[in-house]
Design a binder for this molecule. Structure first.
Ligand SMILES: [Zn+2]
Length: 247
């Protein structure tokens, strides 16, 4: 893309006073790890790629199922039984040919997270598993990589940014204690309002961009969204000085 087209493409972001040409350069040079290619990961990846994030490492072990289609907007009926990250990479490349997607068909866990996080500037947790979320939080805190956590079930969604390079801010384990009785089952047994999960995924993309550009960071707060009542509440979180992950 020529310089002129590059500036035109990004012109509406560049009109925001918080953005400059160097912001666009930061997005181009950043590498983002997205864990999960479901209802959160699909819209998050799409908005990050179109906003100019060039390097996306995308990990998910699952194949597309027909019940995914109302939320996982990069997939269509012909993609059923095809790995999600493979279809996702193809769709992102159709829309933004310059995006470089490293599609990894694996489940993120203790065996591979160190390698997956390596070289990444930020992580998006777009999984639907409590245990995996705790493991991702631990690796991000240990490696001082910012983490944007999203979740949605039923009509309720949550959003939280963990950034352990900022002092005295809470990590996920400060707020949600790990329960060894938690199984790692996905939340697939519950209903989910599809526009809500899309909204949370887009907010994750937004917080990731803001964190990378150091724009008005929202670390240490938990956003609770209810799509039925349309209540949005923001809770200030305090670091747990006895947290066995970050303290
Ligand atoms: Zn903590």
């Amino acid at each position: 893309m020529g310089d002129e087209n590059f500036l035109l493409r990004n012109s509406r972001h560049l009109l925001l006073k918080e953005f400059s040409e160097s912001s666009i350069e930061v997005l181009l040079k950043s590498r983002i790890l997205i864990v999960g290619a479901g209802g959160l990961g699909c819209p998050a990846a799409l908005y990050l790629a179109t906003a100019g994030v060039k390097n996306i490492r995308w990990v998910d072990p699952d194949k597309v199922e027909i019940s995914n289609l109302p939320r996982q907007i990069l997939f269509s009926e012909k993609d059923v039984n095809v790995p999600k990250v493979i279809v996702g990479k193809k769709m992102l490349n159709n829309i933004v040919p310059a995006v470089n997607v490293d599609a990894i068909e694996e489940k993120a866990d203790e065996t591979n997270l160190g390698k997956l996080i390596s070289g990444c500037n930020i992580v998006l947790d777009c999984t639907d598993r409590f245990k995996t979320r705790h493991i991702i939080n631990k690796y991000c805190v240990e490696n001082k990589v910012p983490l944007v956590i999203g979740s949605a079930v039923g009509w309720s969604g949550q959003l939280m940014v963990v950034n352990s390079s900022e002092q005295n801010t809470a990590c996920y384990a400060c707020v949600f204690e790990e329960n060894p009785e938690f199984t790692d089952d996905p939340c697939g047994a519950f209903g989910i309002f599809s526009p809500l999960v899309g909204t949370v995924g887009l907010l994750q993309a937004g917080e990731a961009i803001k964190t990378l550009l150091k724009i008005n960071q929202t670390t240490g707060k938990l956003l609770l969204l209810n799509a039925l009542s349309l209540n949005f509440d923001r809770i200030n979180l305090t670091k747990n000085m006895n947290c066995n992950v970050c303290s």
